[in-house]
Design a binder for this molecule. Structure first.
Ligand SMILES: Cc1cc2nc3c(=O)[nH]c(=O)nc-3n(C[C@H](O)[C@H](O)[C@H](O)COP(=O)(O)OP(=O)(O)OC[C@H]3O[C@@H](n4cnc5c(N)ncnc54)[C@H](O)[C@@H]3O)c2cc1C
Length: 386
């Protein structure tokens, strides 16, 4: 596909998703969110629009589009309800691990069912003592003939219960290895148990769970990348998390846009001291800062996506986009709530949801403190004086 055709397809997909969000998501998002209810009908629509296979090649049943198309869709979903972007995110990370490191057999086995959404994917790296400290994972996979026996407890598995495959980091004799674990969706399957549904401040309607593996067996053919992948799992996952961080940045842009648009609309309607509050300079200063941060966040996110798509290493740029966009979303959501005054603090408007959803982007896919370390290390390497 040429760049022009790509851009046309991207714009068309964004417009389709935006119209669908306005029609099908916005009217129900707050009710579903407050009830912490899984949006089953919405997810079916997402499947039929191909949103579970945006970046998966057409040969494997996906839309075969690039990361720019992906972030456009993520922004639209998050502007409607941030949780929807969470439903596709770790799924897309699992798919991108298979696309980059999977053997031909692994790609043929799992990518088509991931692309259609028949199989949902998730990523299971974190443990209670291994969040930022990824090298500290203790989940083990022990070789037994043609199989591995997996034991350990994983934390923070978003989509873990409904997933049909888990991209799982576990320790083997060679180091940390990534396994593709296929399972039945549900609370228990052959030694895998969902031991806790973690209650959250926001990001509701989809599950983030603790999962226990108690002697679960997988074939040796489930090692991502085959024997060559043994001991390389952490590197593979950290590479895929660059896509995850660009996703988080795009999500933050979506939430920030929704919060900004709510504020700039309300500011023109609400009147105090005989005029719309948008005519008070104090409010104009806020709107100017919010709009500027939103635009900067989007440009950084697009730049990181273009770089990653080109095959260049993008850890610094993905980190910068995630860092800036998530902090901007948090600030914009807070300012939007303030501009709404008392009504912003009620559950009658979605502003309070943006305010609860925004902090996740500061923490997820590596906290912003960790992003700063990654960015600084990368910059010091680039600017090394000897
Ligand atoms: C809602 C939600 C969904 C998630 N979904 C997933 C998922 O699907 N899959 C998955 O694998 N994980 C998931 N995570 C886990 C997430 O990636 C971790 O929570 C995150 O990486 C932080 O790890 P931690 O919670 O252990 O915090 P810690 O690592 O304990 O950090 C605590 C604080 O110390 C700071 N800190 C830690 N180390 C350093 C350092 N070296 N220098 C400076 N500051 C430091 C941190 O920035 C933070 O402020 C999810 C988390 C949440 C909250």
């Amino acid at each position: 596909m040429t760049d022009t055709i790509d851009a046309e397809v991207r714009d068309e997909l964004r417009a389709t998703v935006r119209r669908w969000v306005q029609r099908e998501v916005l009217p129900v998002a707050s009710d579903l969110e407050h009830a912490d209810e899984y949006p089953a009908a919405i997810v079916e629509d997402m499947k039929s629009m191909g949103l579970f296979g945006i970046t998966i090649p057409e040969a494997h049943g996906g839309l075969g589009l690039d990361l720019l198309a992906y972030i456009a869709v993520v922004e639209e979903l998050a502007a409607g309800w941030m949780s929807l972007s969470g439903i596709v995110n770790t799924h897309t990370i699992a798919a991108s691990l298979l696309m980059r490191q999977g053997t031909d057999g692994q790609q043929a086995r799992w990518l088509p069912r991931l692309a259609s959404g028949e199989l949902r994917g998730c990523l299971s790296l974190s443990e209670s003592d291994a969040g930022s400290d990824t090298r500290n994972i203790s989940c083990r996979a022990v070789r037994d003939g043609d199989e591995y026996v997996i034991s350990g407890t994983k934390m923070w598995v978003t989509n873990g219960e409904r997933a049909g495959i888990v991209a799982l980091a576990a320790r083997t004799d060679e180091g940390i290895t990534c396994f593709i674990v296929e399972k039945e969706p549900g609370p228990a399957f052959e030694g895998i148990t969902v031991s806790k549904d973690i209650p959250k401040l926001g990001y509701k309607g989809l599950e983030t769970v603790e999962m226990v593996y108690d002697g679960h067996r997988v074939g040796a053919d489930c090692v991502l990348g085959g024997d060559a992948g043994l001991g390389h799992g952490l590197g593979y996952i950290l590479g895929a998390l660059e896509v995850g961080r660009i996703n988080i940045a795009a999500r933050a842009v979506g939430v920030a846009r929704a919060a900004f648009e709510a504020a700039i609309g309300y500011a023109q309607e609400r009147r105090t001291m005989g005029k719309p509050i948008s005519e008070h300079q104090a409010i104009q200063q806020k709107l100017a800062d919010m709009g500027t941060k939103l635009q900067a966040a989007r440009l950084l996110t697009e730049h990181a996506a273009v770089l990653k798509q080109s095959g260049e290493r993008a850890d610094v740029e993905a980190g910068m986009a995630k860092l800036f966009a998530s902090e901007a979303a948090f600030e914009i959501a807070t300012e939007s709530l303030r501009i709404h005054g008392g009504v912003g603090y009620t559950t009658e408007l979605p502003v309070e949801r943006y305010y609860r959803d925004a902090p996740l982007m500061i923490i997820g896919e590596g906290t912003n403190e960790i992003q700063r370390l990654v960015i600084a290390r990368g910059l010091l390497k680039r600017y090394a004086i000897s």
